[in-house]
Write a protein that binds this ligand. Sequence first.
Ligand SMILES: Nc1ncnc2c1ncn2[C@@H]1O[C@H](COP(=O)(O)OP(=O)(O)O)[C@@H](O)[C@H]1O
Ligand SMILES: [Mg+2]
Length: 509
Amino acid sequence: MSSKIFSASVTGLDAEIIEVEADIANGLPSFTIVGLPDKAVEEAKERVRSAVKNTGLEFPKTKITINLAPADVKKEGVGFDLPIAIALLAATGNLPQDLFEQMVIAGELGLNGVLRPIPGILPMALAAKKSGKKTLIVPYENAREAALVAGIQIFAPKNLGEFVLHLVGEKKMSEEENNDFIKDSDENRSEHIDFASISGQEHAKRALEIAAAGHHNILFSGPPGSGKTILAQALASILPRLNLDEALEVTQIYSIVGKLDADKPLLSIRPFRNPHHTASAISLVGGGTYPKPGEITLAHRGVLFLDEFPEFPRHVLEVLRQPLEGGVIHISRARESLRFPARFLLVAAKNPCPCGYYQDPDKPCVCSPTQILKYQKKISGPLLDRIDLHIEVPRLSYDKLTSRTGGESSADIRSRVEMARQIQQERFAKIKTGTNGEMDFRQVEAHCKLDEGNNKIMKHAVDSLHLSARAYHRILRVARTIADLEKSENIKESHLLEALQYRPRNSET
Ligand SMILES: Nc1ncnc2c1ncn2[C@@H]1O[C@H](COP(=O)(O)OP(=O)(O)O)[C@@H](O)[C@H]1O
Ligand SMILES: [Mg+2]
């Protein structure tokens, strides 16, 4: 006898429907799984055997073959345990075959039959819905995540026995309710650092507001302890809220790496990722035998903070250029090429020199001029070109640090940021670019027109500061955002003069 059950498997960020076929034939007892299973799928045999027996059901003592189709898709992970168990029970005639036409099943089994949560449930639910299936069965702890997808029925048993009783109609389970709402995110923002808790550093705070408003990457430079890290952390608190589509997109990424909260699966706050410079290239950009998203994808629609920027290996930094330009990273494998989204706001921080105290008014620097130069040259020009805001962060005096005058709260700043984003949305309504920071040369020409007075200022700046064409465009992009923050249609002199302050100071232009 044979049977067919539908399950799903994650490839990249999406899931595919997989058919799990079981065939039971006469012959010596054996249990074989074919169809590109990985080691975890192979081991399903042992878990399924024990789980079925310990649930009090009969395990067939004949020749069992499980086929996972399509054969050319790699099957990964422990999520096939439950569909394999059900396929077996259906093939032995213990469950009616016609129950499974419209059903997608996924879940890991413990030896005692208990169902364990698995990663990737959200993409599986999306795939199930897309393929027109009506019902999705997931482990109990994955219920809320699955229920983020509207329009598909979710049942979430705690163990194999409960599910079998449901299937044979002895004890029906209740359906999970859809929960596709974003609670007002302010309650979720408590983990963020509020701008009001950072003393002084008005210049850096203003730059962060511009960065958030126009999606401009930012580089902080300053001695250790000056507050670069705390400033970067505060950025996430002033970024615009995620809308539901964006929240689902980010949640899908975290679903795949198994980093969702079972109770509150929908991520409604923007991610803040802070990988260390010793992290491997794969963990930063993504990849592996079964390619997984890296830090830059986990930072999608949020902040990627690279502290001690020059210490990152050069080849890793060079890989960042692609996502900084296109918002995606392509990962090529032997047989396939995967795309992971990676539209993040880059905040980089560096010390001015290896010891950290170059040009510090109080503490002497112990680096040689060659060391300083070498350190400053570590980041390549093309990469620096993608960073619009270059900000010096000086060490605060004790008085300033302890004065705690606070200043504006993150919520106030965020409302200006959201207003400026609205203006940009209208400006770029017809094209892919969403923000000023992502404008290419042509768009800069179109949207950053200068009047005669401003032209003169720019001409003077280009001549006297020897600005490159790239630097020129960078300044205009920033000026556009400053104007938007003031709801000004035209770039005014004050906007341009402020934008000029954020260009890099030394060697690089
Ligand atoms: N402007 C500030 N207001 C409040 N706390 C600050 C400020 N600057 C620095 N700190 C505190 O000083 C410590 C060092 O700051 P940090 O951001 O780690 O500096 P850096 O990253 O530049 O080395 C942190 O505990 C931070 O909370
Ligand atoms: Mg730091």
